[in-house]
Design a protein around this ligand. Structure first.
Ligand code: ATP
Ligand code: MG
Length: 251
């Protein structure tokens, strides 16, 4: 479904590359974990997949989504894919809600802008989406500050699912949550993946957490993909010194 080939990305005005020669595949229906320390380039990859890098960024290689190279796609075609085919739960999603708008109106806006769905249909769809992420449908009427961190994270997932994407990019969806709430959000992602036939790229700096839910792990360091493999193999017999350090850090 997603094939990344020798991807290089440099931000504007930056002499060095944030992503250097990364290649990996993500097959339909799988959940891969992109792990690595802060600044290793995880968010940069996710942002590139959505075609949302800042103006003036330089990229080479290919990001193939079902055969089409997203790096070479014109903006209007990318816009057609965003939300409907590929959706993002952004890093810090909990803080990305507009404080003066209710949770319901955030979801309704996405439905209106991307699907042209309005009125009662949009309202009931918003309530339904909240129920799918195991939130009370009455939360549509609440403002972001009236939700807990875990509830906001679930609401952000509901928002990402609004247009029924096939590929979900979740950037640190459990960071800043307590362990019990983290487990709940991960279980939710796994359930949604199975029920909705989603393919998921889960970004996290938390190796054990990724290992507990992903089919495959991709380990990043300083913009490079240093190791990839099944969680069990990677944790029990890491090949690269960096992966070994990451594993040792959790023991
Ligand atoms: N908008 C930007 N402009 C310039 N440089 C950036 C920008 N965003 C990120 N960078 C740089 O690119 C590199 C990779 O950052 P990125 O956000 O992809 O890391 P990350 O792995 O997601 O880290 P974290 O775990 O902290 O979220 C870093 O050196 C960062 O400083
Ligand atoms: Mg990041």
């Amino acid at each position: 479904m997603l094939e990344i080939r020798d991807l290089h990305i440099a931000y504007p005005k930056s002499a060095s590359e944030a992503v250097r020669g990364v290649s990996f595949d993500l097959s339909h229906g799988r959940m891969a974990g992109l792990v690595g320390e802060s600044g290793s380039g995880k968010t940069t990859i996710v942002t590139a997949v959505l075609g949302l890098l800042p103006e003036g960024s330089r990229g080479s290689g290919a990001i193939l989504f079902e055969g089409r190279n997203l790096l070479a796609l014109p903006e209007d075609e990318l816009r057609r894919l965003r939300w409907k085919e590929i959706a993002l739960v952004p890093q810090g999603a909990q803080n990305s809600f507009t404080p003066v708008k209710t949770i319901g109106s955030h979801i309704e806006e996405v439905l209106r802008v991307h699907l042209g769905v309005t009125g009662e249909t949009a309202r009931s769809r918003a309530a339904e989406l909240l129920e799918q992420v195991e939130l009370d449908a009455r939360i549509v009427k609440r403002y972001p500050h009236e939700l807990s961190g875990g509830q906001k994270q679930r609401a952000a997932i509901a928002l990402a699912l609004a247009c029924e994407p096939r590929l979900l990019l979740a950037d640190e969806p459990t960071t800043a949550l307590d362990v019990i709430t983290q487990a709940g959000v991960l279980k939710l992602l796994m359930r949604l993946k199975a029920e909705r036939d989603l393919t998921v790229l889960l970004v996290t700096h938390d190796l054990p957490l990724a290992a507990s839910v992903c089919d495959e792990l991709l380990v990043m360091k300083d913009g490079e993909l240093v190791e990839r493999g099944a969680p069990r193999k990677l944790i029990h017999s890491p090949e690269q010194p960096y992966t070994r350090r990451l594993v040792e850090a959790i023991l």
